[in-house]
Design a protein around this ligand. Structure first.
Ligand SMILES: *Cc1c(COP(=O)(O)O)cnc(C)c1O
Length: 362
């Protein structure tokens, strides 16, 4: 296998993104044969004993890593976080009731769009006035809302809540791009959800962690496929779950646990983010695009003060084996995504390239 070339790439992709090398190797083996069963992980029944074991383990690891209170349930579904945008109002919004959202970027916006299709939706705060470069603060959530939804990390714009908003109504969070990157107090949330492909595993699985006591209160008639309680009652096997994505997510969560859990992930992520942001702030040639206090530990967005230098900077980082730092078209410039599996050595390579480029062109 060409593992030697693989590890020389510094993968800053925003998602799907870097996974631990040892997870990839184990995942690759399981395609040929899964744990002495004589079968590939992708050619066995999802109702077989071995796969049931994978599903149970994956559910347990979500709860264990995040320290979920007794009674919280975990469901793995397909459809991405984007299907979650639709499922949330279905499961939490009473007909004639209202929902509350904060608008902090592309994904928050899509969640709001889905909520508006389902009923009254109050946007309690928005950072659209400054191209989503900050996290709104000091807003009020209407006490009569059925739920309040926010996006903990804004993958495209590079902002992240450092303190979560308080809410007297059920709190729902899209944590797609920073789940397992730091400890959270799960008891504060009615529901946490996220697509797997940013910190947890490959694309194809979406995780939902929720308090079942908050479900089934709307009086809505739900399609069984949209009903979280149904999926929970059927152990995520109402229909065929995304077996391979769940398996690789399970391996990645086991890796996180072995490394010391989400506290250790947070320590590493903070060190990586500090290294890069300090460099952006030190070198006049580069400039961060977001409010300093809201900077994301996962996705660092920055531009060059002289955009004409971009092509030669691009040539230099590409030559250093760096991949995936071109910014999203709605921000421009660069976005370095530093998910859990990215080693600090890769950030150091980027920082060295930035220093070298500044020296040559400063
Ligand atoms: C990537 C992303 C999504 C979209 O996830 P899909 O799995 O593609 O539907 C939603 N929310 C956030 C915060 C994301 O980063």
């Amino acid at each position: 296998m060409s593992t030697a070339t693989k590890v020389n790439v510094h993968n800053f992709s925003a998602g799907p993104c870097i996974l631990p090398q040892e997870v990839l190797r184990k995942a690759a083996e399981s395609i040929v044969e899964f744990e002495n069963t004589g079968l590939s992980i992708i050619e066995m029944s999802h109702r077989s004993k071995p796969f049931e074991g994978v599903m149970v383990k994956a559910q347990q690891l979500v709860k264990e890593l995040l320290g979920a209170p007794e009674g919280y349930q975990v469901v793995f579904l397909g459809g991405g976080a984007s299907m979650g945008f639709h499922m949330i109002p279905q499961n939490y919004l009473r007909p004639g009731g209202k929902s509350a959202y904060v608008h902090t970027g592309e994904w928050a916006g899509r969640a709001i769009k889905e909520a508006k299709l389902a009923g009254e939706t109050v946007v309690v705060a928005s950072s659209e006035d400054k191209n989503f470069s900050y996290i709104p603060k000091g807003f009020e959530v209407p006490a009569d809302a059925d739920y309040f939804h926010f996006t903990s990390n804004n993958t495209i714009f590079g902002t992240q809540y450092k303190a979560f908003p308080k809410s007297t109504v059920p709190l729902i969070c899209d944590m797609s791009s920073d789940i397992f990157s730091r400890p959270v107090n799960v008891a504060d949330f009615a529901l946490i959800y996220g697509g797997a492909q940013k910190n947890m595993g490959p694309a194809g699985a979406t995780v939902y962690l929720f308090d079942p006591a908050q479900l089934g209160r709307t009086g809505r008639k739900l399609s069984p496929m949209m009903d979280l309680a149904n999926h929970a009652a059927k152990e995520s096997m109402y229909n065929t779950p995304p077996v391979y994505a769940v398996y690789v997510s399970m391996l990645t969560m086991q890796w996180m646990k072995d490394q010391g859990g989400v506290k250790e992930m947070e320590r590493r992520n903070a060190a990586k983010a500090k290294l890069l942001y300090d460099t952006i702030d030190r070198l006049p040639m580069f400039k961060g695009t977001t409010a300093v206090e809201d900077r994301s530990m996962m996705n660092a967005t920055f531009v060059m003060t002289d955009a004409a230098l971009e092509p030669s900077f691009d040539a230099l980082w590409k030559a250093a084996g760096i991949s995936g730092i071109r910014g999203h078209r709605s921000v421009g410039g660069y976005r370095a995504s530093m998910y859990n599996a990215l080693p600090i050595e890769s950030v150091q390579v980027l920082v060295d390239v930035m220093e070298e480029f500044s020296k040559k062109n400063g």
